[in-house]
Design a protein around this ligand. Structure first.
Ligand SMILES: [Zn+2]
Length: 383
């Protein structure tokens, strides 16, 4: 048996294997207990539940409504309790620690500074509080044997008008932990081309950016993000499958846009559970990631909002391993894809691939082989 293809991979092995995360929202990943603590400190009275478990359930249920607009509503609470520097630092610290303990070795976490100004912080204070939290979290994680690097992406809201100002902050802080820029929020009626000024500025400054596109909206949104705005990566991009025709014999015909995305190796930041929650994909088993992986698109696996989806990188990969029969070879492929697509200097990406990712998966394969030779077969057979 080829051990790299054995599936499903046990969840604890995936947890120990190195993972790379490019699409994770800071305000979508709070610990439920922390939301409660921060609400108490801030005298925030709008929370719909008052113990960590029922709060976690409330977030997941609200997020499972099937609409992107309602999904975004859950952020009113996480954003509502993170309006001070100490709250932001705590949330960022816990984010780095949680990701590190989940086996993530490199993460790009994003948030929108403009949503955290209601108690008088400036955008710079907000950014510095979050960067301090990442640094502290990474240090604490390293002390417990879980090395992680965390880069920050500054998000501008597509419904607002200060994207240029946020883009300038991303450039100002690029040597202090900010690695790129993003546009997020409801797609309907707010095309990324409203923010051309920001994208032109970033290109002029040789800076990196990704755009949420092709999640709720289809091909025009993906086309605009790439060809008009010049995005380096696509947040989600699941609707690119609308430009792919699968023929009865299983072969596929790519339209011009899909072919361009594949030829240019444009990374797709796919978030399986989140896409099912917002209705961008019908189920994990029917998620376009299966087709796109088969066709060799630069696919990456991500969490999007760990709190709202009740998920982690380990869980997302485990769900895919079960649904598509992905073995450790596939999981390594996703991980290397993500590392190659990171907004980090080339030499540092290479170092993480060679020093952490490849040895980590070699170790996981050896451990899986050892278990299988002892008769602990995968629970649902091979792929
Ligand atoms: Zn997102």
């Amino acid at each position: 048996m080829d051990i790299g293809r054995a599936a499903p991979v046990p969840e604890d092995l995936i947890a120990r294997a190195p993972k790379v995360l490019l699409h994770d929202h800071l305000d979508g990943g709070l610990r439920p207990a922390t939301v409660l603590d921060l609400a108490r400190e801030a005298d925030y009275r709008d929370l719909p539940a008052h113990d960590p478990e029922s709060l976690a359930t409330w977030f997941a249920e609200a997020a499972y409504s099937g609409s992107l607009e309602r999904y975004l509503e859950t952020f009113r609470h996480t954003v509502g309790v993170t309006q001070t520097a100490s709250a932001l630092t705590r949330v960022a610290r816990e984010c780095a620690e949680d990701l590190a303990h989940d086996g993530v070795v490199y993460a790009e976490v994003r948030f929108a500074p403009e949503l955290h100004l209601s108690l008088g912080l400036t955008e710079r204070e907000v950014i510095e509080a979050v960067l301090a939290g990442f640094e502290e979290g990474a240090r604490l994680a390293a002390e417990s044997g879980h090395g992680i690097r965390v880069g920050l992406l500054l998000t501008a809201m597509r419904t607002a008008t200060h994207s240029r100002q946020i883009a300038e902050l991303a450039v100002e802080y690029r040597d202090r932990g900010v690695v790129g820029f993003d546009i997020a929020g409801a797609e309907a009626g707010f095309p990324p081309t409203r923010h051309l000024d920001a994208f032109e500025y970033l290109r002029k400054e040789n800076a990196h950016f990704t755009i949420h596109a092709g999640e709720a909206f289809g091909l025009p949104s993906i086309w605009e993000a790439i060809q008009w705005c010049g995005a380096d990566r696509l947040g989600h991009g699941v609707r690119i499958v609308d430009d792919i025709e699968v023929l009865p014999d299983g072969s596929a015909h790519l339209g011009r846009l899909a072919a361009y995305v594949r030829d240019q190796r444009i990374p797709l930041e796919m978030c399986p559970s989140s896409n099912v929650q917002t209705g961008a994909a019908p189920s994990i088993a029917a998620h376009p990631i299966g087709l796109l992986r088969r066709l060799g698109f630069r696919v990456t696996v991500n969490t999007d909002n760990r709190l709202m989806s009740g998920t982690s990188m380990t869980r997302e990969m485990h769900l895919l391993s079960e649904a598509f029969g992905y073995g450790l070879d596939d999981l390594q492929w996703f991980t290397v894809n993500a590392m190659k697509s990171a907004f980090l200097p080339f030499d540092e990406r290479l170092e993480l691939i060679n020093e952490r990712i490849k040895p980590g998966y070699a170790e996981a394969r050896a451990e899986f082989a050892r278990r299988l030779s002892q008769g602990q077969e995968p629970s649902h057979g091979d792929s």
